[in-house]
Ligand binder design. Structure first.
Ligand SMILES: [Zn+2]
Length: 411
């Protein structure tokens, strides 16, 4: 492969952020009947651009290959649905959306979010390239275009008079390999007085809370607020507000509009967060150094725990089959030698194998039948919800464990 270059500023990428070895695509859940088939592993090597400080993973596969059959259905996570509903209510009120407005969501998944606007009588349009999830959205009455978003599709929307008064790009900015084409598309698809909101995991949280497992092939870019602000500005979009959210271990919700649009004044939160990142050194190399060694220490701690538990004859099951769990298990080399199985509420994952590690995925009741000594929670961002749902694990003396931010038995 030729020398990778930064997907925003085109500078050559020379500096490793963290190298997690090789892994299959994190959402490539496997059919057990095909378990003997070869499986393709790709490098999971992230770089820091020393020109613009964008942390990034060079694309190893086309978005077509990665996202056409995306197995993640947003509607299976209760916390996530509550987040979506609260977002819809807040946007309708703040920006006075009504039956004459249009809400367009990029990466609209199974309609988990747009349905809350539709319920309020607001016209909606989803854009979702994964055909299986887009069909689920259509089934609940959410019109959905099954294409990848970028400049070309945005031009079609604009030409057809379908620009957005509220353009939602939640948890998709990080997933786009063609960053400049994508953001140019956002600018084109936004009505003159429209509002764009973006949500993405905050790089500061990733670094400070050791969330290295959120690095996987579907996530191409990892943004500080400063870098995101800079990317939007390059496409004539002005950030006028920002909020910190607890989702995905700590995300930002950024509000932007056309640079000349006017409207409410730029929030003090914008300048405060830019200043905070600068004070924390995020415009220097300092905070990025040392991350890779912390990741390796986390691997050693988890393996030490698993080895000791197995030596003591303990049985260990996983909870959850999130993409991030696959990064963790494949980076650490954990298979059914340590984890007997994992469970997931999504029927689309049950009965399949985790990519790489080949750990079988069962329904949550499998834990109640097997009564393992330890339950390793893979989606650590949902740990509270899972401990409550599975409270009966403690009835037989079972313990919950998480590996991130550091190895912990949950008291
Ligand atoms: Zn760059």
């Amino acid at each position: 492969m030729s020398q990778p270059t930064c997907r925003f500023c085109s500078a050559p990428l020379r500096r490793t952020f963290v190298d997690l070895g090789t892994s299959p695509l994190a959402n490539a859940y496997r059919d057990p009947a095909a378990a003997a088939e070869p499986e393709v592993f790709y490098p999971l090597h992230t770089y820091l651009c020393d020109g613009c400080f964008l942390v990034q993973l060079p694309a190893v596969q086309s978005p077509e290959e990665i996202f056409r059959h995306y197995a993640y259905f947003s509607s299976y996570a209760d916390t996530w649905l509550a987040h979506a509903e609260a977002y819809a209510a807040a946007m309708v009120e703040r920006f006075h959306l009504g039956s004459d407005s249009r809400v367009v969501e990029v990466a609209s998944n199974d309609g988990y979010l747009l349905r809350f606007f539709k319920e309020r009588g607001i016209p909606v349009l989803g854009i979702e390239p994964a055909q299986n999830v887009a069909r689920a959205a259509e089934a609940i009455g959410i019109p959905t275009i099954t294409e990848f978003f970028g400049r070309s599709l945005a031009q079609e929307l604009a030409a057809g008079g379908r620009r957005a008064d509220l353009l939602v790009a939640n948890n998709v900015l990080a997933h786009t390999p063609h960053l400049n084409d994508f953001v140019a598309g956002l600018a084109l698809a936004l009505a003159p007085g429209g509002v764009l909101t973006l949500e993405f995991p905050h790089l500061l949280e990733l670094i400070e809370h050791n969330q290295f497992d959120t690095i996987y092939h579907e996530h191409f870019s990892y943004f500080s607020f400063t870098t995101a602000h800079r990317v939007l500005a390059a496409h004539h979009l002005e950030v006028f507000d920002v909020e910190r959210l607890p989702t995905h271990g700590g995300s930002l919700r950024v509000y932007a509009r056309h640079r000349d649009a006017g409207g409410e004044s730029v929030s003090r939160r914008v300048t405060a967060l830019l200043a905070e990142e600068e004070a924390a050194g995020y415009l220097t190399l300092d905070p990025y150094r040392g991350f890779a060694e912390r990741v390796r220490a986390t691997k050693r701690a988890l393996l030490r725990f698993l080895i000791e538990a197995k030596d003591a004859g303990k049985r260990i099951a996983g909870y959850g089959a999130p993409a991030k769990g696959n990064t963790l298990l494949n980076y650490c080399g954990i298979r059914t030698d340590f984890l007997d199985f994992t469970v997931d509420r999504s029927p689309h994952k049950q009965g399949r194998l985790l990519p790489g590690s080949q750990v079988p995925i069962r329904p949550p009741d499998a834990i109640r039948e097997a009564r393992p000594d330890y339950v390793l929670i893979l989606p650590w961002n949902l740990r509270q919800e899972i401990v409550e749902q599975m409270a009966d694990v403690r009835d037989w003396g079972g313990r919950f464990v998480v590996a991130i931010p550091e190895l912990e038995e949950i008291p």
